[in-house]
Design a protein around this ligand. Sequence first.
Ligand SMILES: Cc1cc2nc3c(=O)[nH]c(=O)nc-3n(C[C@H](O)[C@H](O)[C@H](O)COP(=O)(O)O)c2cc1C
Length: 319
Amino acid sequence: MLRTRFTETVGIEHPVASAGMGGGATSGELVGAVSEAGGLGVLGASFLQPDDVADMVRRARELTSKPLGINLLLHAMEDRVEETLALEPEIFSTAWARDDQDLAAIFARAHERGCKVMHMVPVVEDAVRAADAGADVIVAQGNEGGGHIGEIASTVIVRQVVKAVSPLPVLAAGGFVDGAGLAAALALGADGVLLGTRFLATDEAPVEQAYKDAIVASDGTDTVVTTLSDSLSGRDWPGAWARLKRTRFVEQWLGREPELRRRRARLWEEVAAFQESNADDGLMWIGQSAGLIDSVEPAGDVVRRIVAEAEEVIATLGP
Ligand SMILES: Cc1cc2nc3c(=O)[nH]c(=O)nc-3n(C[C@H](O)[C@H](O)[C@H](O)COP(=O)(O)O)c2cc1C
């Protein structure tokens, strides 16, 4: 049993969280399975219809009575804070705030509802800002990760954030997939790990089979850091790059973002169609961590295996 300030603060068994991945990359099944296994399942609510989010939370609650989280990307979704909190997550998970947003006021609304706040940051300055605003858990996210990321590697940002906000619990994110990773995160002073790419390659993840296959096939060298996906979506993501699989579509448009923005509507439709059929043509947000993922597994098994492996690793390190 690995008890940390994170497991104590959140009231769960294991120091493992699944990332709240927006745009339909998580589901009630995934979140319910992770939480039921003793981790923290987090639903990504950004860019989804409110009714769909409510359905997903209902489904997760059918699968578990344990704590779960809901994530919002603050820069784009502040107007959805109240209805998200009304779904009564135990954890309100947030990330990517703009400088002009009032984090203290947003976090206070969550606290009034009895929620704990878990905020993800790519730089230490943002960790201090979130801690001052009253966050209960900080997620320090490194550049290895999938999706939107900053520029600093996990080994550096995790350590920086731990030093800056201690004794607040810190989760390490970006590049973590297994028990060795969890043990390493604990050695860096973190209180657990948050994993995105690993949980996309699970039975319960609601992404296409081609997406899961691409993660399993990856040796970690086939990703690229770019802003291409934001040029395509038209979303103004403060301070972020995005790590994507280097698909044929990405190869075709790298360095041609002005033209991409001009063709946005047509290309967005094309990408959606590719996504269904062929991993080589679509747009897939995956981390370097894909290089350590060899199979699609049930999400609950992932949680249990990470913890068992970490306990073994820690035991072999000696007294
Ligand atoms: C497909 C995808 C979507 C993501 N969406 C979000 C999101 O909506 N909100 C958020 O806070 N983080 C999001 N993330 C980032 C994760 O929270 C996490 O930091 C990252 O996946 C960790 O790196 P890993 O993929 O190596 O585990 C997303 C990541 C991926 C791969």
